[in-house]
Design a protein around this ligand. Structure first.
Ligand code: THU
Length: 157
């Protein structure tokens, strides 16, 4: 057997490292956490997607008493974008979260597997990379694409 390794490259960035457009996207993701409905987990996630038509659409996690019926911030944002602007390309997504103490998480929060898969579909359909900015309290992680967060992805459709 041959041993193989998958490596993922990403950047560590401070808020001031971003241009004004990036800063705006981060602020929108942070603001979107205020629209989270999370009475069960008390973990408030916000996502902001910059579309190539210049619009920013946001989403926040929406929970439900029947737990699996709820949805994550990233999927609420990307499905909303797809429903409002069919076929539009995504430039970037920023994701921020506030923990049970109500404060922004010190560490950047990473999207769950289902959200990665959902975002990947829009990236593949558009045929171009969507930058992913994971926002922590003091620093961010920046990934060049959704695919980079989902190695060996299922995307044969
Ligand atoms: N959540 C998100 O909104 N995005 C993620 O990528 C991970 C988890 C939400 C789902 C649930 O409402 C809460 O965070 C706790 O898991």
């Amino acid at each position: 057997m041959e041993k193989r390794k998958i490596e993922i490259e990403y950047e560590l960035a401070q808020f001031d490292d971003f241009c004004s457009i990036g800063k705006q996207l981060i602020e929108e993701a942070r603001r979107a956490t205020e629209r989270s409905y999370a009475p069960y987990s008390h973990f408030c996630v916000g996502a902001a997607i910059r579309l190539d038509n210049g619009e920013i659409v946001t989403g926040a996690n929406q929970e439900n008493a029947a737990y699996p019926s709820g949805t994550c911030a990233e999927r609420s944002a990307c499905f909303y974008a797809g429903a409002q602007y069919p076929g539009v390309k995504f430039d970037a997504i920023a994701i921020a979260a506030r923990g049970t103490d109500g404060q922004f998480t010190p560490e950047p929060v990473a999207p769950c597997g289902a959200c990665r898969q959902s975002l990947l579909e829009y990236e593949k359909l558009a045929g171009r990379s969507v930058k992913v900015i994971l926002v922590g309290r003091d620093y961010c992680y920046v990934f060049p694409s959704v695919a980079s967060l989902l190695p060996l992805c299922f995307a044969d459709f």
